[in-house]
Write a new protein. Structure first.
Length: 259
């Protein structure tokens, strides 16, 4: 039954993002991604700091070793992104007048480097799958909360990658098929995590800490910097509202799942 939960959770984010991208226009998707980035930042921070890390430290492992694992996890995801294997696509050409990239950047990234974008997305999804598997194997309630965080982050990530591919001249159908295929890497990661992690239950606190490191890295290194732009008062309030909504989702889910 646990494996069924893992497969469902790892496949849901990719499925929802593909369905969303297939139904909405490019302009609507671009506006939606901005809101989802704020929402997912709140969810990732809340899940890492209020759910995953407390669960890991309650497992009885040495706190110094757990902090060392957290540091190692942060550096690991930093190096993966340096190698362009842990990429995030939350923007698109012309999405902001203060965009830090030159015009044509996204088309160039998804043109000759399109396979790199898809490879990085697949590796990211595979890592997410292992994280979800470890969380479910530690505790079903923690698995649900972790899966929720991954799904809410994966939707803007996948939609952003879809927009980047469209900017490079990919057809809607081709971009959707490639995004769906990369989403299957999350399911593969979940299955591998279930088979490989289950015999090593004493390592669960360390795996959970690395999972929290992934969430924190994505939120702090990728999402929050995107929110640090000069905005009008109305846009700032909306941004903070979505961020707060993400934290609220985690708090409500935590309270609901604990009963």
């Amino acid at each position: 039954m646990t494996l069924a939960y893992i497969v469902a959770a790892t496949g849901l984010g990719g499925l929802l993002s593909v369905l969303l991208a297939a139904q909405l226009t490019l302009g609507v998707l671009g506006r939606l991604v901005k809101s989802l980035v704020s929402l997912s930042a709140g969810v990732l921070l809340g899940t890492a700091l209020l759910n995953v890390l407390p669960e890991a430290f309650e497992g009885g492992a040495d706190p110094h070793s757990l902090f060392l694992a957290l540091l190692g996890g942060l550096l690991f995801f930093f190096l993966l992104e340096k190698a362009e294997l842990y990429r995030h696509g939350h923007h698109h050409e012309g999405d902001d007048p203060h965009h830090r990239h030159y015009h044509g950047f996204d088309a160039e990234q998804a043109g000759k480097g399109g396979w790199s974008v898809l490879l990085g997305d697949s590796i990211h999804n595979f890592c997410d799958g292992i994280i979800i598997a470890a969380a479910f194997l530690a505790d079903t309630q923690l698995g649900i909360a972790t899966a929720l965080a991954v799904i809410l982050h994966e939707i803007p990530q996948e939609v952003g990658d879809y927009i980047v591919l469209l900017n490079a001249g990919f057809s809607r159908r081709r971009a959707l098929v490639y995004n769906a295929a990369s989403g299957l890497a999350g399911v593969a990661g979940g299955v591998v995590g279930y088979l490989a992690v289950e015999p090593w239950k004493p390592l669960f606190p360390y795996l959970l800490v690395v999972a929290a490191g992934s969430f924190l890295y994505v939120a702090v290194a990728d999402l929050l910097p995107q929110l640090q732009r000069r905005l009008s008062l109305r846009e700032t309030v909306a941004q903070l509202g979505w961020l707060g909504s993400g934290l609220t989702v985690v708090l409500v889910a935590t309270g609901t799942l604990s009963h």
